[in-house]
Every structure is written in C-alpha cells, then in structure tokens.
Design a protein. Structure first.
Ligand code: ANZ
Ligand code: ZN
Length: 820
C-alpha cells in the first residue's frame, strides 16, 4: 500500500515552516510551565524504531501539553562521551569526535524528519568543553564539600572495556554494556568516588515524594539503597587489641552465635591473618574467592566456602569463645564486612555450619511449638520465644531485639546503626573519551585541585592509542599529563582518568535551562522557573543508575544553593521496548527496523502512528508490517475525506435545529473530544488514536456533507489528529485555509450536554421465561448488568428466598437467571 499524497514534500515543507516560525521555541518566562524531557540520548547513528519510541511519545506529550495551553520546554541533547565512540575509533581509525559528530548529524536528521517538536536552539553535547567544563566545576565543588574523594581498594574491573566500573554498572556480575558483557573482575586500585552514601537517607526518604513514578522503579530504588536498621556490636578478638565490629539486624539471636565470619577482603582481615600459622594457605584461599563476583558469592543455594583463621572472639554477652572464619558469602562492602553467625536462625550460616560441622544452637522457638537442633533441615528465621538466652530467655524475639539493643548500647558494647546497601559511586575511568578529572598530583603537595579559573582542563586532541592497557590512556600523553603544581609551582602530573559519563547525565536537564551561559552552568532563577521536570520519559534500565545519580546531584546542588528544588522530577514514564520477531531491537546486533530507510519509504506520520497505535506506550511493542498498512490506510482515508469535500471546514456551528442524524454526529464529535482528552492525559495514545479511527468512520459515512456539523467536525478532527500525525494535519489545515499552524491551536472544549451514551434494553428471563426488562448503557460490563437485574423490583420478588443456580448473559441482548 502507498500513501496517496506526496508525503516527502509535505513533511519536509512543514518541518521547514515550523523551524522558520520557531513555534516550538521555549517561552522565556513561563507562566504555566511544562518541562517535558526525554532521556539524554547516546548518539548511535542509525536509529531504529526502538530508539525513537521514546522520542515519539515525548513529542506527543509536548504537543498535547501545548494544546492545553502550557508553556512547554522540550529540549534535546547528546550524551556524547563514552566507550562506543572510542571503540569505533579503534576499529575504523577515526577520531572519536569525528565519529560522534557524524552520528549526531545522522540521528538529528532522523529526529527532524520525524517531526519531533524540539527546541533545537537548546541542543547540548557533553563533549563540548563549554559543557564538560561544568562537570569539572562540580567535581571541584564536590571535592570542597568532601563529596569527592580518592580511595584505594577492591574495585570492579571490566577486562573487556579495560576500565573500572561503578557498582551500578555491574549487572549480574557482568559489564552493563550490552556489546561488552564481560565477566567483571576485582582489582585493587586507587580511584575517585562521589560520596553518594552521604545522601543515602535523603535519597531514601525522597522516594515518598515521587508520586508520579512507577511503583516498580521506586521499589528498585528502595532495594538498591537498601536501608536497614540494626546494631553494630563489638566482639573482642582474644589475644589481640582488635575487636570485630559486626552489623546485625537480629541482636535477639546473640546467644545463638557459634562462629564469626569475615569477608575475604574486609579491612580487618589482613590484620587478623598476618603472622598466623596458616597464613600462606589463607592468602591462597582469599585470592581464589576474590576472583568470583559478589553476585556469584551471594547466590542462594550455592555451596558456601570458608576457612578457619586460627583466632577466636569473645561473645560480649555470653562470654563464650567463638572461632573466626573467613567466609565467601560475607561481603566487605556491606555493614562492617564481618558478621556474627547464628546457624539456627540464618540460612546461609546454617548451610555453612552444616558443611564445616559447627554447632547449631536454637535461641528462638516458634510460638507454640518445639524446635530441636538435630531435626532442623533449615534455619528458622521467624519470630518466637527466646530460649538459651540468659536473662532474656522467655521474652518474645521482637521484644528481645529492643531489650538487647538497649543493653548493648548502655554498656557501650554496641551502637544503633542504620545501614545502607548503597555504595559510593566510583566515577573515574581509564578511558580517553570523557571529561578529564581536574586534579593534579604533586610530589610535594599531594593532590591539588585545578584552580577554578583554569577550567576547562581540555581533553587532548591526540593520543597514541585509544585502547588502554590496564592504565589510563591520558597517562601516555606527555603534553597533557605533565603540568605544574598550582600550589608550589613545582613539577606535577595531571590526574590521568576521565569521568564516568553518568556524571554528564546527572545534571544535563539543568543545562537545558540556560544552555549557552558561559559564566554559570545554569541560573538559580531558571531552576525556580522550570523545575521539577513535569514528565520524564525513558527506559526502566536506568532505575538504579542514572535515576539515582540525577537525584543525588540535584540534592547536592540544592545544598550548594544552586538549584531551587531537591528532587529533579516528580513524574516519570517508562516506555516499553520495541521488539522485532520477538527479540528486542538492537543496533549492536543489527536487529531492527531502521528509521532512515523507513522514513524514505513510508514517511514520518506513518512511523509515528505505527509506534503509537500498536500498544499502550508502557507496554512492549512487537513491530509488524500490518502496523504500516494500518497507519497508511488511516492517513489515506483522512486525506481522501478532506479532498472529496474540497477542504471545506467550519470553525463554528449553530447548534439548533439539528436533524436526528446531525444530532448523532454532534454527540459522536463531543464523545470523541472527551475520549481523546482523557486518553491523552493518561498517556493512552493507542486508544486515543482508535477513537479517532472510529470517528473517521462516522464522518465518512455521514450522508449530508454540506451540513455545518459535519464541517465543524472535520475542523475538530484535525486538531485532535495533529499531535499524532502533525504533517498531514498541517497540510489539510492549510488547504482548508486555516490561519497559522494547527500545531498552535488549543485543544477543543467538548459540549458536555451533548454527551449521551447509547443505551439498550435487556430482557430478563427467569428459567427461560421473560419476566422483566432493564435499560443499560450499550456495552455494559457483565457484572454491572447482573447487579442491576437482581435489583430490579419484579425480579427481586420472583427470586425472593430461592437459590440462584447460575446466570447466563448474552452481551447487550439477554439475561437469564436459572433457579433450582
Ligand atoms: C546475625 C543474624 C542472625 C542475622 C539471624 C540475620 C539473621 P539486611 O536486612 O540485609 O541489612 N550481614 C551483615 N553484614 C553482612 C555482610 N557484609 N555480608 C553478608 N551478610 C551480612 O541484613 C542484615 C543481616 O545480614 C545481618 O544480621 C547479618 O546477619 C547479615 F538470625 O546478623 B545477621
Ligand atoms: Zn605541589
């Protein structure tokens, strides 16, 4: 099937006119603002349908909000630093900047050709020194506040990307980058971190404010932050000056501790094993365990491994002597990295104790039944009555938690502690294509920040080789790396690392507010005017990464007095994926429907309708060729209807007198306006389009094409259509001699007095005999019809006291009640 009008010409014409007239420019001082944001785009060049779904949804939101009279900010920009550009540079021998710019050129052309209503004057690029200068500025500000620090320790190393990764970038033990996916290793390195843990509580609390966020994203963030309340208890290590501090949420089980377990890489481990008899063997064990990912080590049901280190602790309550083990399931990165193990009441401790023949001691008995160590097949983790617990025996376990906590705190053996699973954000990378970290290492002065007035620290244009060999690429660029110390003027070296690109995307939404400001990253006034983001549209894969980082940044900037709000966005929409043959479209796997050729062949309005009509936007969409045919049929029918009627429309109509058929059309018009309005508000664009299709049927079959109500309906139809198929809508509006742009017209009000729903009369039978009738709205739900029928007075009398065996309902036709 073909479109019956010259779509390449028409679409291009309107894109040009919109641009020339600047109708999508952001109003300067909004009275009624609406910030519609799509996620910062990675410039991958040729886009597929999966990429643009996000942008098409965002565009319909922006356009419908303009129709509602909002002052809309709808910007776009490029998350243009990052590994793929370098990898392309390595393979194709082009500079990452050249490669990136070419990709941006292609992607941008696609977006323009799709008719997306961005304010292109606010376009930003993170590789622009005027942009990344502010990454460096924020880094310095974070450093001043103690929120950026350098630390050595075990970090995630991706052997594929040859760089460290943040915890958020390790997905099930592997590199988050789909094209890499290598198994992540651990390495001991010095790296830069942002202290996001200092904001753990506020990030946790703030989730309650995020009313317009999907529940699942909020749950994912809560799990990621992982707040838990407990106590830190100190167990003296016998024969040393050390103590093992452990974190537990179950102080009620303290009398059931039969061993201690420490992480192989906990800070104290080194101190405790040094000089022990089996030191050599223990070190070998540690080395072997650390090769495994944390996910693997914590996997449920996996056989646990450990080693006794030859030392003992004293239980601060029972004064018992307890052996200390290194255990693989204990993580250095959580709590204190040490635990008190209670095999009777913790499943992992139970499995460990069974394997190494350690005692199991019940200290919590389930209410009202017995529990014997010898008969336990698994740990009992529930509540109960405390036993074998000295003076606390006989108390309930929840009470025990309080009593023992108080007891420990009073004696200085323990302190109340809130723990978070969240770790500090590792932001340094050993790769080239990113923001240089604005720090200088001086032999005499140590680490010295680059003075603010020396920013930006420019990324050198040339490097020998883009592929790092275990250390940062920039370390090999003499002109860059050698510098003088800002403090002592002596010889010094620049920090060789670049920033994680998630730094760029943590504040880009603020740069859109004032993208060309050279003195400031953005102004406070602008944040007051435009924040919070009214609708943020993007992928759920960012739930525990970007969507936490940008909340963190906003809170810090708020504390610095730079930003008027401490939550960036109160309403988030996560769109579903686009599949082809049941598999997610993907550039790297070259699996997709490509936007460039598609636009060439079918045009923008077909692409937009195809994406929007197939499924609710939050659901996955399986791309099918029928979508193209369906969209074309719809557009052709619209085009024909207007052409056959010589593009005659009316901007108003007299309401009386109307013939019965005119009245019917008038009702349908108002029902459609109401339906589209409500569906647009709920983001149900697929059903809004379906309503337009049905209304188009009414219009096409309407007999009297000269009547005012018909022509008035055509006019309203165009306005309703314009966010979905803006090019054809503009063209028909122009041919109908409409003034200005249809894209700038307000959404029509519906006449509520004209909205009446068709009704049907349903005969009610009892045991097959007609007994009564009820009138209900056409297409009513079965449950509703049954309820009304049973409430009907005659029917009520018939069935009084008798038992109903079943009720048969034939939709909109008949209801039969079968009595015994
Ligand atoms: C003793 C105990 C007895 C525990 C019991 C549980 C049940 P959440 O809720 O996740 O905070 N734990 C603490 N630090 C750990 C680490 N670094 N690696 C592995 N496990 C660790 O869980 C806190 C519980 O997880 C703590 O309470 C500790 O085990 C364990 F019947 O202490 B519990
Ligand atoms: Zn110095």
């Amino acid at each position: 099937m073909k479109l019956e009008y010259n779509f390449p010409e028409i679409e291009k014409k309107w894109q040009k006119r919109w641009e020339e007239a600047g109708i999508f420019r952001t109003p300067t001082h909004p009275k009624n603002k609406y910030y519609c944001l799509v996620m910062y785009a990675y410039p991958s060049g040729d886009l597929h349908m999966g990429h643009i779904k996000n942008y098409v949804i965002g565009d319909v939101v922006a356009r419908t909000k303009r129709q509602e009279g909002k002052d809309v900010l709808h910007p776009f920009g490029w998350d243009a630093f990052g590994l793929p550009a370098e990898n392309a540079a390595i393979i194709h021998k082009v500079h990452p900047e050249v490669w990136t710019k070419e990709n941006i050129r292609i992607s941008k052309e696609h977006l323009i050709r799709l008719g997306i209503s961005y304010d292109w004057e606010r376009e930003i690029w993170s590789f622009d020194p005027n942009y990344y200068k502010w990454n460096q500025y924020f880094f310095l500000k974070f450093y001043e506040r103690g929120l950026a620090y350098r630390k050595g320790g075990w970090v995630n190393w991706c052997p594929g990307c040859q760089t460290v990764l943040a915890n958020e970038q390790v997905v099930e033990g592997r590199c988050y980058r789909g094209t890499c996916n290598a198994i992540v290793e651990k390495r001991k390195l010095e790296q830069w971190f942002f202290k996001i843990t200092a904001y753990a509580e506020r990030l946790w609390e703030g989730i309650d404010q995020l009313e317009g966020w999907p529940e699942n994203v909020k749950i994912m963030q809560r799990n990621w932050i992982g707040r838990s309340e407990g106590v830190e208890v100190s167990f003296p290590v016998l024969g040393t000056n050390y103590s093992l501090n452990i974190f537990t949420t179950r102080p009620d089980t303290l009398y059931g501790v039969t061993f201690m377990a420490i992480a192989p890489d906990a800070e104290i481990t080194e101190e405790l094993i040094r000089g022990t008899e089996e030191e050599e063997k223990i070190r070998k064990f540690i080395e072997r365990i650390l090769k495994k990912s944390e996910i693997e080590r914590q996997a449920i049901g996996r056989e646990k491994e450990g080693i006794f280190i030859g030392r003992y602790c004293e239980n601060p309550l029972s004064k018992e002597k307890i052996p200390i083990f290194i255990a693989d399931y204990v993580l250095a990165s959580y709590g204190t990295g040490c635990i008190m193990a209670v095999p009777a009441h913790d499943q992992r401790d139970f499995e460990f104790a069974k394997k190494y023949n350690l005692p199991i001691r019940v200290v919590i008995k389930p209410f009202g039944c017995d529990l014997k160590e010898g008969e336990m097949g698994e740990a009992y983790t529930g509540e109960g009555i405390m036993v074998n617990s000295g003076p606390f025996s006989g108390k309930s376990s929840p009470e025990g938690i309080k009593l023992i906590t108080d007891y420990l705190v009073e004696r200085g053996i323990g302190k109340r502690k809130v723990n978070y699973r969240l770790r500090d954000w590792l932001i340094s990378r050993q790769r080239y294509w990113g923001t240089p970290i604005p720090m200088i290492h001086c032999e005499r002065c140590g680490i010295v920040p680059v003075p603010e007035e020396d920013l930006p620290v420019l990324l050198p244009e040339k490097v020998e080789d883009y592929l790092p060999k275990g250390k940062s690429v920039l370390a090999g660029v003499a002109d860059f790396i050698n510098t003088t110390c800002p403090k002592c003027r002596g010889k010094a070296k620049r920090d060789p690392d670049t920033m994680d690109t998630f730094v760029d995307s943590s504040w880009y939404f603020l740069r859109y507010l004032d993208p060309r400001n050279e003195k400031l990253p953005f102004t406070y006034e602008a944040t007051k005017e435009w924040l919070p983001i009214d609708k943020y549209i993007g992928g759920i894969e960012h739930a525990c990464g970007h969507l936490i980082f940008f909340r963190f940044f906003t809170k810090v900037l708020y504390d610095m007095g730079l930003c008027a709000y401490d939550e960036p966005c109160l309403s988030l929409f996560t769109q579903g994926m686009v599949l082809l043959d049941g598999k997610v479209m993907s550039s790297s796997r070259k699996h997709g429907v490509w936007v460039g050729p598609f636009l060439e062949e079918h045009g923008a309005d077909v692409a937009r309708l195809g994406i929007l009509f197939a499924a609710p936007p939050e659901k996955d969409l399986d791309w099918k060729d029928e979508l193209i045919t369906g969209a074309k049929r719809f557009l052709n029918r619209i085009y024909r209807l207007f052409a056959e009627n010589n593009y005659q429309i009316r901007l108003e109509m007299k309401r009386e007198p109307l013939s019965p058929s005119e009245k019917k059309l008038y009702i349908r018009l108002n029902q459609t306006i109401k339906k589209v309005k409500e569906d647009n508000e709920k983001f149900q664009f697929n059903t809004a389009i379906a309503a337009l299709m049905e209304f188009l049927n009414d219009l096409t079959s309407f007999p009297d094409k000269e009547s005012e109500v018909f022509r008035f309906s055509l006019y309203n139809f165009l306005i309703l259509l314009s966010p979905f198929a803006p090019h054809l809508a503009e063209e028909l509006w122009e041919r109908a001699k409409g003034k200005g742009f249809i894209s700038s017209l307000p959404f029509p009000n519906y006449d509520s007095s004209a909205i009446k729903f068709p009704e049907v009369e349903i005969p009610i039978q009892i045991n097959g005999k007609l007994r009564s009738k009820i009138v209900v709205p056409l297409g009513s739900e079965e449950a509703e019809v049954k309820r009304l029928a049973l409430e009907e007075s005659k029917i009520k009398n018939y069935i009084a006291g008798k038992e109903i065996k079943k009720i048969i309902y034939i939709k909109d036709k008949l209801l039969n009640i079968v009595l015994d």
